[in-house]
Design a protein around this ligand. Structure first.
Ligand SMILES: [Fe+2]
Length: 144
């Protein structure tokens, strides 16, 4: 499993969950989708921070900058997500908060994907495969 393919697949899954959440006004369904988003995001952030970002440090100053911004973006995403969990699913603000979360996440994912070309140049195919395997393992051990 190539690390970049794994990240891309995570991103697609997250987008799909957000689409489901935003399309739903049933409060129980909203709660369970947010629960799923939370689990997915936590696992995603963890494998990025534990495995992918440290490997990126070696990929040159620009990749390092994106990596450092990545940590900060994760932080913002966690803050909004933490607030969303505390908002009743039938509250007016629920949808607005979820949308802002999605906008932040979209931007974060887009920046990460723009960096893929650079990562491919700096890291060999073999290394990307090794990182991918490590990420997959970390993900499995983080699963509830
Ligand atoms: Fe990320």
């Amino acid at each position: 499993m190539n690390a970049l393919d794994l990240i891309k697949a995570d991103h697609e899954r997250l987008k799909k969950l957000f689409d489901d959440a935003l399309a739903n006004d049933d409060t129980d369904a909203r709660a369970s989708v947010v629960h799923a988003i939370r689990a997915e995001l936590k696992a995603h952030e963890r494998i990025k921070e534990d495995v992918f970002y440290p490997a990126l440090r070696a990929a040159g100053p620009e990749a390092k900058e994106i990596m450092l911004e990545g940590y900060e973006e994760h932080h913002i995403i966690d803050v909004i997500l933490g607030e969303l969990v505390g908002v009743p699913e039938d509250a007016e603000v629920w949808q607005a908060k979820l949308k802002v979360l999605r906008e932040n996440l979209d931007r974060h994912m887009q920046e990460e994907e723009e960096m893929f070309t650079r990562a491919r140049k700096a890291l060999s195919q073999e290394t990307l495969e090794e990182i991918g395997v490590k990420m997959q393992r970390a993900k499995e051990s983080a699963a509830p």
